[in-house]
Write a protein that binds this ligand. Structure first.
Ligand SMILES: C[S@@+](CC[C@H](N)C(=O)[O-])C[C@H]1O[C@@H](n2cnc3c(N)ncnc32)[C@H](O)[C@@H]1O
Length: 199
């Protein structure tokens, strides 16, 4: 299994605000592009992939949307608008959730009001964590443990404090190359590296 966590610090949890933020400073399109590249292949999709999008611009609780590639059904296409609508629909259903509650939004899609830090603590109990960092260990030299969980951010840097917390959880920093890429580009390179090792 491959697990991906994208922390989106400026992405609104309100579904309408989420959609009107497309192309604006929140850059919510990053979520759609990352989702496409973690889940989909040409005329196919990845099996055994779980993606968590953590949206943090909220009036109450962060929303963590979980996508399970094995259970997903039609996402309405692979264009950015379809992915944005899928995310917005899931957010709309999560409006009334209290703290750390969860709701199924569609087949293979659920939303939980859990913070990034709590989510990562829970994931660290089951999976080895790899944090994407341009100055981390070269992905080509990393020996991955089974079921790796990759952690990325949107355009807003992860606070230093978070790196310390993740280190305490046993996370390793890994780099996919010398240039600063979009999260959506990083996930392609991660998949490709693991695919090549399996080939
Ligand atoms: C656009 S970047 C974030 C840029 C942000 N200004 C920063 O300094 O972290 C989005 C995500 O991709 C990761 N990333 C970008 N280029 C990378 C690289 N060459 N190797 C590893 N991770 C990378 C970042 O660590 C981050 O998680």
């Amino acid at each position: 299994m491959r697990i991906f966590v994208l922390r989106a610090r400026s992405a609104p949890t309100d579904s309408r605000r989420f959609l009107t933020s497309v192309g604006g400073e929140a850059h919510v399109e990053i979520l759609a592009q990352t989702l496409t590249n973690t889940l989909l292949l040409s005329k196919d999709h990845y099996r055994d992939v779980v993606v968590y999008l953590v949206l943090e611009a909220t009036a109450d609780y962060a929303r963590t949307i979980r996508f399970d590639s094995n259970r997903l059904q039609d996402l309405g296409g692979f264009h950015e608008g379809a992915m944005l609508a899928t995310i917005a629909d899931a957010l709309a259903l999560s409006g009334e959730l209290g703290k750390e509650e969860e709701i199924d939004a569609a087949a293979g899609i659920s939303v939980r009001t859990i913070s990034f830090e709590h989510l990562l603590k829970q994931l660290a109990e089951q999976y080895p964590l790899y944090v994407l960092h341009r100055k981390g260990a070269d992905i080509r030299r990393v020996q991955f443990s089974e079921n790796p969980c990759f952690v990325l951010t949107d355009h807003i840097p992860m606070p230093k404090k978070t790196f310390h917390t993740l280190k305490r959880l046993g996370a390793e920093n890994i780099s996919v190359g010398p240039r600063m890429l979009f999260a959506s580009q990083c996930v392609v390179l991660i998949h490709n590296e693991l695919d090549r090792r399996m080939a």
